[in-house]
Design a protein around this ligand. Structure first.
Ligand SMILES: [Ca+2]
Length: 332
């Protein structure tokens, strides 16, 4: 075969086998945006990745109770050029009520938007069901980075397990702990402990056929967002909702761990090697909130769950990717 033909053949072969050609993830971002600020940075990453064409951003659902959540998310979505992105809020009275240091920015004239009250937002599970039903089968990636109220209530809704089985490709969830972290081998992580029953429903009832990738506390703890970036990288707008939220929550002298951002990065770029994966197995949520992982042995037992792992090389790559996706300006 002549050289140029061989080259063409090899290029075609590469293109056909390239994961870049795989269908882009269609993402739903399920967040408890209230207490911690990593949700704000993670939501920004969803916008940046959608702006790059790396994913299709279907909507946001909110899993904790605070009257300003929907308004704040709409303000941030408006900053990032998606003023009409669907937003759903939990109305489950068992969802944790939570004060916030930064949601008040929703009331600032610096961040105009048109969804001003949670009462005007959709109910989260109703929105999740509608978004899922409209998508092709096995095409939706749900990124869940808060308490599991919406995920549990989705499963409990009529036909919910079958809907997840039919439409969802992956659940990328920030919850639990799977390695030594925070000074212990038995860390009780907040997204679990703030709603243990919800997380138990997810761990017990999520369909076996739909993989769950867990980002444990230890992953975000090892990804401290650099405070220098907050100081330097958001000056392209006179007021920046990400910068102001971060400062209201963490102040200028803290490198906030990127717990939620890790689940976004994995969900959209699972094949880029930012993280490793544990062997397959099953997570059980104990009554005290600990997440116990049992590996499948010899092909026996559930293989639904894996958790993220990270080498030091992956740590530096993942952190820089998170920073670059967080500081990326909105599309003009
Ligand atoms: Ca969160």
């Amino acid at each position: 075969m002549p050289y140029h033909m061989m080259r063409l053949f090899l290029l075609c072969l590469f293109a056909l086998s390239s994961p870049l050609l795989a269908e882009k993830p269609r993402i739903i971002f399920d967040t408890d945006i209230t207490g911690d600020v990593d949700d704000v940075l993670a939501l920004t990453m969803c916008h940046s990745l959608a702006d790059r064409g790396a994913c299709e951003f279907l909507g946001v659902t909110i899993s904790k109770d605070n009257p300003l959540t929907a308004s704040f998310v709409d303000a941030q979505n408006t900053v990032y050029g998606r003023p009409d992105l669907p937003i759903g809020v939990t109305r489950d009275p068992k969802s944790q009520k939570r004060p916030s240091s930064y949601l008040k920015l929703a009331d600032s004239p610096d961040y105009p938007h048109d969804l001003n009250r949670n009462e005007d937002a959709r109910e989260a599970v109703e929105l999740l069901r509608e978004l899922l039903e409209k998508q092709p089968d096995h095409s939706v990636t749900i990124i869940s980075v808060g308490i599991a109220s919406n995920m549990a209530n989705l499963l409990k809704s009529p036909g919910g397990v079958d809907l997840v089985k039919k439409k969802v490709k992956l659940l990328s969830i920030m919850a639990g702990a799977f390695a030594f972290c925070s000074g212990t081998n038995y860390h009780l992580e907040a997204n679990v402990t703030n709603g243990i029953g919800f997380m138990q429903t997810v761990a017990n009832e999520w369909p076996e056929e739909v993989p769950i990738i867990w980002s444990g506390y230890e992953i975000g703890e090892a990804l401290p967002y650099p405070r220098q970036s907050i100081a330097r990288d958001f000056g392209y707008l006179p007021h920046h909702i990400v910068r102001e939220s971060y400062l209201l929550h963490s102040g200028p002298n803290h490198d906030r761990p990127c717990w939620d951002e890790s689940s976004v990065l994995y969900a959209v770029y699972p094949e880029r090697g930012f993280f490793g994966l544990s062997q397959p197995g099953r997570v059980k949520v104990l009554d005290d909130g600990f997440t116990r992982f049992t590996p499948a042995r010899g092909g026996k037992g559930s293989q639904r769950d894996r958790f993220l792992t990270m080498t030091s090389v992956q740590q530096s790559r993942a952190l820089e990717a998170i920073v670059q996706l967080t500081i990326q300006p909105p599309q003009p």
